[in-house]
Design a protein around this ligand. Structure first.
Ligand code: SF4
Ligand code: SF4
Length: 369
């Protein structure tokens, strides 16, 4: 297997175990992905109403207008819904007293699988979102995993990091009741959270194994066991330019700036990075919307970008690349074209380069020399 490395961390900017909730925004914004709306202006909607082809409303209230916003989803317009704070829910169409085997098969795609891996590893520095899904909801997750183990002939693993001592303690005492679930405590290597590397580390075959993140599995639990749609997200908010550093539970569709203004102090001239320092992207906070894709916001003091030097042919970038690309050749459009689908955008080549070459500009197709 590819040699994985542990990235150095500044221990001062790790999140505490404090968790806040921001669940009552005045307005929510949902990305309009297919230019199709299922509702009209001023229509009343309930929690769970299908307001867009692939989105439900996370609040009850009234449809207002289309506005331009920003998020990790590729969408220009967002549907604005005004909160009536009544938390009215769409009527449940069925009750879920007992889980049906075919529902689980369909939801988790377990056909012909021998293993199910619950992945509670976070891939990025300072991000602990998956870790906290397991920490907060371990009883629910274990309950569903146990039912799955009774319904299917399948081996179940829970993966978490060795640094996650609170989770390990909780699970060690709870797992006595669930003898079929295997706990895997893993080193804090970068990229180990990615399915391909995780399965290789665990020596499990991809075609025989289904991997599901703790956050996704919690959503499936709510859907299958409670008949409740997912309306909130846990987000890690951390960095050296923000205080406090903690996990926040937020309604999907919230303007992220409202959450920051409510609970945090931010240094002047800070930069905002969505979904991690290594492979995330810098965002403008003002109109940025929380979607299911967002798992973290890092707020960092802006430092002057170190000027790129000339390559000294040290070979470190090629040595570290987990998919065996030669980053020194990425400036060549022919080579780039050949390898760009292979690149997993891990950022390790730029992280290791002693002369600060920023390979992501080549990967985005910019600045060919
Ligand atoms: S960003 Fe792409 S080229 Fe660079 S190390 Fe990662 S996989 Fe390799
Ligand atoms: S790590 Fe930087 S200096 Fe070393 S070979 Fe790669 S591009 Fe050149």
């Amino acid at each position: 297997m590819q040699k994985l490395i542990e990235l150095q961390k500044d221990e001062n900017i790790l999140v505490s175990s404090k968790i806040e909730q921001y669940l009552k925004p005045d307005f929510l914004y949902l990305p309009v992905k297919e230019n199709v709306l299922n509702v009209h202006k001023n229509e009343e909607v309930l929690i769970g109403s299908n307001v867009l082809p692939q989105s439900i409303s996370p609040i009850s209230g009234y449809v207002r207008k289309l506005v331009k916003m920003d998020s990790l989803v590729n969408s220009e317009y967002y549907l604005e819904i005004e909160n009536d704070f009544k938390e009215k829910r769409k009527k449940e169409t069925f009750s879920r007293a007992k889980l049906k085997k075919e529902d689980i098969l369909k939801k988790l795609n377990l056909e012909n699988k021998k293993n199910l891996v619950l992945n509670a590893l976070d891939n990025e520095l300072y991000v602990l979102t998956e870790n906290f899904y397991l920490f907060l909801y371990y009883e629910e997750l274990l309950e569903l995993l146990d039912e799955i183990s009774q319904l299917f002939d399948i081996t179940i693993y829970i993966c978490l990091k060795a640094s996650s001592s609170e989770n390990i303690n909780k699970l060690m005492s709870a797992l006595g009741m669930y003898p079929t679930i295997i706990l895997k405590v893993l080193p804090d290597y970068y990229l180990l959270a990615k399915n391909k590397f995780l399965l290789s580390y665990l020596e499990l075959k991809e075609e025989e194994t289904q991997v599901v993140s703790a956050s996704l599995f919690y959503g499936i639990y709510n859907e299958l066991k409670k008949n409740k749609p997912t309306t909130t997200k846990l987000i890690t908010i951390s960095g050296n330019a923000i205080k406090p550093r903690m996990i926040v539970e937020v309604k999907i569709g919230t303007r992220l700036k409202e959450v920051i203004d409510e609970y945090f102090e931010v240094n002047e001239n800070a930069v905002f990075i969505a979904n991690g320092l290594m492979s995330g992207k810098e965002i403008k906070l003002d109109n940025f919307i929380v979607t299911e894709e967002l798992n973290s916001l890092l707020v960092m003091n802006s430092v002057e970008a170190k000027p790129e030097g000339k390559c000294i042919n040290c070979g470190l970038c090629s040595d570290i690349c987990p998919v065996k690309i030669k980053p020194v050749f990425l400036h060549d459009p022919k080579y780039l074209n050949h390898v760009k689908d292979k690149c997993i955008n891990c950022g390790l080549c730029s992280y290791i380069c002693p002369v600060y070459i920023k390979f992501n500009r080549y990967l985005k197709g910019e600045h060919h020399e």
